[in-house]
Design a binder for this molecule. Sequence first.
Ligand SMILES: Nc1ncnc2c1ncn2[C@@H]1O[C@H](COP(=O)(O)OP(=O)(O)OP(=O)(O)O)[C@@H](O)[C@H]1O
Ligand SMILES: [Mg+2]
Length: 178
Amino acid sequence: MSTASHAPTVRCVATAEEMHQLGRELARLLRAGDLVVLSGPLGAGKTTLTRGIGEGLDVRGPVTSPTFVLARTHPSLSGGTPLVHVDAYRLSSALELDDLDIDFARSVVVVEWGAGMLDGVAESWLEVAIERPTGADQSGDAVSGDEADVDQVDEPRTVTITGFGPRWAQGPDVVDPA
Ligand SMILES: Nc1ncnc2c1ncn2[C@@H]1O[C@H](COP(=O)(O)OP(=O)(O)OP(=O)(O)O)[C@@H](O)[C@H]1O
Ligand SMILES: [Mg+2]
């Protein structure tokens, strides 16, 4: 299997709304057969991004965390491609992902927590890694008591999008909206 990666696209996303918008942009690159793998810690913004993808694909919502469902199919509202939203948090192997009987060829499949679980499942995929920068907190004294009260949940995320396999040979270029 070819797992060649191409130059990643890196984005800084400061708000949940921008994450949502990035999902909408990403959707414009996606078509049936595409697989998107989201990685990032709890609360990173994976579902927020997926919600944007769902909106961009014009599928029936709401796109919510599928934690208790493993995989949820959102049909298109306009005769287009359905979105299959998978939460692989409780899956431990590609074999279990295979067990979900997902129609990969006819859907756009977005997998939260799917990193490292795709061997043999797909030839190409887009990996979206969401990180919450933590460096600022380490400066200790530089953060005053007041600043420390700022809600860390809203801190910017770094989003790195990398294409793997022949489908993304040109790279995952996400164009800024005009
Ligand atoms: N820049 C940002 N990007 C994404 N979400 C953000 C951002 N800033 C704040 N949030 C908020 O973070 C919270 C967690 O988002 P979300 O549920 O999308 O994360 P998640 O990665 O899917 O979490 P889980 O690991 O539980 O599946 C939401 O309330 C969201 O609004
Ligand atoms: Mg989630």
